[in-house]
Design a protein around this ligand. Structure first.
Ligand SMILES: [Zn+2]
Ligand SMILES: [Zn+2]
Length: 641
């Protein structure tokens, strides 16, 4: 029999009979201990089941159940086990749609006449436990697309048939587990006994393929872990996340509102939210000014032809809103600010001496998102990017990237984010620009990251078609990741808009363009901030820094005087002089997450002081109003350090 050479990463090669399974090869290649944790493997880079036969020389990387990929496989397999449990309980009255793993868990969409409710969970979980005890293997089969269609038609699984009809592949794989068959790429756990810790979490309605015009399905979300403690930690986090939900806090603090009459995904900022946003914008503008940026303002619509030149109509058209006719010319809302900044660039001739040019704008853009995908401030249809474009020479690229990262981390730190993951995405399969360009810019990104001493992961092939990029995901107070910052090099737009500058050699050259957004969008970033701080913002960005309150009516006049004095001094202050008990006023101020409560009784009135009560209930010694102003200014300055 023919022999093949197999090894685990960096290990020694061993000879095996061709057709040996991954599991059998691993018996010889890795320790028993490691094998007991292995649920699947990457063979020459592709994730496969342990039962897969090896047909050629291979390098194997075992996938351990506790790794990120392992957890993903565990959770996806759990979705199959849940679907089997549902099939056993409800038989053919339920049709299956899709059941992927997602961040922190999995879901499965079902068609069922009466939608699932959490009351059904116990029965389903019990059935799942039975399936786990049965140690049912996941068996894979490869079929022609036609046979697969016939199979799912015979099972009455019309959603799978629809998926198959849309697939281009000639052969597909299915996974069987007892009475449940799924159209699936895999890989999966060897058998159901690997599932030890799982829980069904919630139900939601979901349209088939996310399309409101299609069938409404019933979705069950769940999760699985390798360890009970991890599940407990996760459940605590969900509880904590509910308390911090920015939609709930946004309402309580009067920050923003979304109304049907205005339209879904369109934000109305209420006064407190508008103030919060202004404070963030002011800080952003100051910091950009210090870092050598100039500010631009550009319109919300442009002639359709501009979006043709930029390529947005071709590559991004489905995210753009329909055109409108003005004086027989078609216009469209902007999904991005870039072409406008290029317009500013092209309004003048440029020389290499002016570079780098750094232009920033808080630019409001409009992008189509499905109604079902909209979510508070996190996913909207109109949002303001903290956008900037840098135009530079090739020899300046690395320094510019370094400067952007520097400013990026400074701004994130000021907002209270010290923990982040950095990704570098390289050239995808489809791309524009020369290989030389790609190499130059990818190296510039790498070197800037290295120089900054940042640890980063490479996402091979995940760059944009016009250039490589750096993405930064921040971690919030309760450990969730949010994609915010992105830095992208672009060779495409300078070409499309025939941008140029006169070089040192007197000839015309094409500038390099960098797109970057640090917060991403103000809407989403403020959503993240609300959840990160649970509404208790640091003093420098708190819309309501202090609230003054009297103990009895006798101090009303004095309170008014102090209120005016502090407001003149720039303190963001409100007053509560109602004839209510002090405790009641304090409780209300605490609900509003106000940083300082300024309490005034007879003694304060006589001494010309205020007693400052902090959010946590501690009191500072009585102080003069002007001392309080200094106190606040110092705290704000330190935070922006
Ligand atoms: Zn599957
Ligand atoms: Zn741009």
């Amino acid at each position: 029999m023919a022999q093949i050479a197999v090894s685990v990463q960096e290990g020694e090669q061993q000879q095996f009979d061709q057709g040996v399974t991954v599991a059998d090869a691993l018996k010889e290649l890795v320790s028993n201990k490691q094998r007991k944790q292995t649920i699947a493997a990457k063979v020459n880079g592709t994730a496969v089941d342990l039962t897969t036969p090896l047909t050629e020389d291979a390098e194997i990387a075992p996938i351990l159940i506790s790794s990120d990929e392992g957890l993903d496989i565990l959770r996806h397999s759990t979705s199959h086990i849940m679907a089997l449990a549902v099939k056993r309980l409800y038989g053919d009255s339920v049709k299956v749609a899709i059941g992927p793993s997602i961040a922190d868990g999995f879901y499965y969409d079902f068609e069922k006449e009466k939608a699932f409710s959490p009351e059904d969970f116990e029965a389903i979980e019990n059935k799942m436990a039975e399936i786990v005890a049965e140690r049912l293997p996941f068996t894979r089969e490869v079929l022609s697309k036609q046979d697969a269609i016939a199979l799912f038609e015979s099972l009455g699984e019309t959603y799978k048939v629809e998926l198959l009809n849309d697939m281009e592949e000639e052969t597909v794989s299915i996974y069987k587990q007892d009475a449940f068959t799924d159209l699936c790429r895999g890989p999966h756990l060897p058998d159901s006994s690997w599932l030890k810790v799982f829980k069904l979490l919630r139900v939601a309605g979901s349209y088939w393929r996310g399309d409101e015009n299609k069938q409404m399905l019933t979705r069950i979300y769940g999760t699985a872990f390798t360890d009970k403690k991890e599940l407990k930690k996760y459940l605590n986090r969900i509880e904590e996340a509910k308390k911090r939900d920015h939609r709930k806090i946004g309402k309580e603090l009067g920050l923003f509102t979304i109304q049907d009459e205005v339209g879904p995904g369109l934000i109305l900022w209420q006064p407190q939210g508008a103030l919060l946003r202004k404070l963030i914008e002011d800080y952003w503008k100051e910091e950009h000014y210090k870092h050598g940026y100039e500010l631009l303002y550009t319109p919300h619509i442009a002639r359709q032809d501009l979006w043709k030149t930029s390529g947005h109509l071709d590559f991004y058209g489905e995210n753009m809103y329909s055109a409108m006719e003005i004086d027989d010319v078609m216009y469209q809302l902007k999904p991005m600010n870039c072409p406008f900044h290029i317009g500013v660039y092209n309004s003048n001739k440029h020389s290499y001496r002016e570079f780098p040019i750094r232009w920033c704008e808080l630019g409001t853009v409009y992008r189509y998102e499905r109604t079902g995908a909209l979510h508070g401030l996190m996913r909207v249809r109109g949002f303001t990017q903290d956008d900037a474009h840098i135009f530079c020479r090739p020899d300046q690229l690395e320094d510019e990237i370094f400067n952007i990262i520097d400013l990026n981390l400074l701004i994130l730190r000021t907002f209270g984010f010290d923990d982040y993951d950095v990704y570098l995405s390289t050239r995808p399969e489809k791309y524009v620009g020369s290989d030389e360009h790609w190499e130059l810019s990818t190296n510039a990104l790498k070197q800037a990251l290295d120089k900054k001493g940042l640890h980063y992961e490479i996402d091979p092939g995940e760059g944009v078609f016009y250039g490589p990029k750096i993405d930064i995901k921040i971690k919030d107070q309760i450990g969730r990741s949010w994609q915010c910052s992105t830095i992208q090099v672009d060779f495409n737009l300078p070409e499309r808009f025939t941008m140029s500058y006169t070089g040192e050699d007197g000839a015309e050259h094409q500038p390099i363009m960098i797109h970057r957004a640090l917060m991403g969008s103000l809407e989403r970033f403020i959503g993240v901030l609300i959840e990160h701080y649970a509404g208790a913002f640091p003093l420098w960005m708190a819309p309501e820094q202090a609230r003054i309150m009297n103990i009895t009516d006798d101090q009303s006049e004095y309170c008014e005087k102090v209120f005016n004095q502090l407001r003149q001094a720039g303190i963001r202050i409100s007053k509560d002089l109602r004839n209510e008990k002090l405790n009641y006023k304090i409780r209300e101020a605490q609900m509003r997450k106000i940083s300082y409560m300024l309490i005034v009784g007879e003694r304060e009135k006589e001494d010309g002081t205020i007693t400052v009560r902090m959010r946590d209930g501690k009191n500072l010694p009585p102080m003069l109003p002007e001392q309080f102003v200094e106190w606040v200014q110092k705290e704000c300055e330190e935070a922006k350090g």
